[in-house]
Design a protein around this ligand. Structure first.
Ligand SMILES: [Zn+2]
Length: 429
């Protein structure tokens, strides 16, 4: 199918910022014509298209990339499957996601990585980039076979959710990852210091009478992983940054030339631990929601470039699981279908420019992962159309995800994705 995207404002950070028409054919971008440059090509494009999309008033960007999702397949398909996760991604404006390895079994073998890739290709056109485990069974002891993980299609290795506590094991992991040019995505946390905690340690945890996790538990983990990246020369990407101390540590490391990048999630720059009593277990995740001070530091980290990417840490759980008491319910919230709308608040509030936000939701993840998703002739047609102002109300009942665990249900927000094109197919409109 030939699709002409007509009259939209195209933002491909660092490359394009203006009105362009884009013609898509056979999965690829075949023509890109600027409004003032292309009288010769533009009318031809219109004649040739099967479908003309009127994009006036919309922003047209490279397909969004979420570097951090949990699709629960294999093993916990009652929470999410590759198919429902990919549908949620498409609805949120994402054309590519990285799946974390804490499935059951864990993605610690070529077989499981191969299964995830094969199944996702059968399910649709959203690209799934599987992340392999750092250690077998995420046990923190025996390194996986990185050569076979990479050969099977893993784009990175991670200990997400189950940090490698033994620094010697982590050193060896980084050395091996560097040898195979694999990115290391760290869940940086000192589990001993965090033990027994279920939310951020502070006034709210004390008033609720539940165990607290001090911010230092994360900051210590980040400092260790940066030191190991510096020692080994590995490429380190710090997942879900939530503390002011982590932001400082990453800023300092970047200044010293350490190969480190970082992501945060919309909940960390939107909510704080004071919101926990309101949202209950839909505000329970690890790392936990932090203080106002931390939230403001994360926002500064985004605006000054310390934090490269916005990822969701989309973590589906069944309603019955989240209905357990606060201390017993599992960690995590979903995010694919709210991320863009919640993140656009940063633009509306002047924290980021639109271009900066788009960079953090597509350009930076692509660069970190080594993916070429630029809007360029010959490239796969992964394209997201955004209405930057459209007022709407988040309704969890309308989600394509199998799960509903979000604190953002009922929020009135401005701006959303209105069409997602993955590999030339309209996968959401
Ligand atoms: Zn995660």
């Amino acid at each position: 199918m030939k699709i002409l995207i007509h009259g939209g404002w195209v933002i491909d950070p660092g490359r394009l910022d203006g009105r362009f028409d884009i013609l898509v054919d056979d999965g690829k971008i075949v023509r890109l014509v600027s409004e003032d440059g292309g009288t010769s090509a533009s009318p031809g494009g219109e004649r040739m298209a099967d479908r003309i999309v009127d994009a006036s008033g919309l922003i047209v960007v490279p397909g969004l990339i979420d570097m951090h999702v949990h699709f629960r397949e294999p093993g916990q398909e009652h929470k999410e499957t590759l198919e429902t996760g990919m549908a949620a991604a498409a609805r949120g404006g994402f054309t590519a996601v990285c799946t974390m390895p804490n499935t059951r079994p864990a993605a610690d073998s070529a077989e499981t990585i191969g299964f995830i890739l094969k199944k996702s290709r059968e399910c649709g056109r959203v690209k799934v980039y599987p992340v392999g485990a750092i250690t077998r069974g995420l046990g923190g002891e025996d390194l996986c076979d990185y050569a076979s993980l990479k050969a099977a299609g893993a784009v990175a290795v991670s200990d997400d959710g189950m940090p490698v506590m033994n620094s010697l094991v982590m050193r060896h992991a980084m050395e091996r990852a560097k040898a195979f040019d694999l990115l290391v995505i760290s869940h940086s946390e000192d589990l001993h210091l965090a033990a027994g905690g279920v939310m951020n340690e502070g006034e709210t945890s004390r008033s609720m009478g539940v165990g607290g996790i001090p911010d230092a538990a994360e900051t210590i983990g980040v400092l260790r992983d940066i030191a190991l990246a510096e020692l080994t020369g590995a490429r380190l990407h710090v997942a879900h940054v939530s503390t002011a101390g982590s932001v400082r540590a990453i800023r300092d490391a970047k200044c010293r030339g350490v190969q480190v990048t970082a992501e945060t999630a919309p909940h960390y720059f939107t909510l704080t631990d004071r919101d926990v009593p309101t949202y209950g277990t839909n505000a329970k995740m690890n790392p936990p929601l932090r203080s106002h001070h931390d939230r403001d530091a994360v926002r500064r980290g985004l605006s000054d470039g310390t934090i490269d990417a916005v990822a969701t840490d989309h973590a589906p759980h069944a309603a019955s699981e989240k209905a357990l008491g606060f201390s017993d319910a599992p960690n995590g919230i979903i995010g694919l279908e709210t991320s863009l709308a919640v993140s656009l608040r940063l633009v509306h509030e002047g924290v980021l420019s639109m271009t900066q936000l788009i960079e953090k939701m597509t350009g930076s993840p692509a660069r970190i992962l080594g993916i070429d998703n630029r809007l360029a002739v010959g490239n796969p047609a992964d394209i997201t159309l955004i209405d930057p102002e459209a007022p709407h109300r988040i309704d969890a009942a309308s989600f394509r995800s199998k799960s509903r665990n979000t604190p953002f249900h009922g929020w009135e927000l401005n701006g959303r994705s209105v069409m997602t094109i993955a590999a030339g197919d309209i996968v959401f409109e």
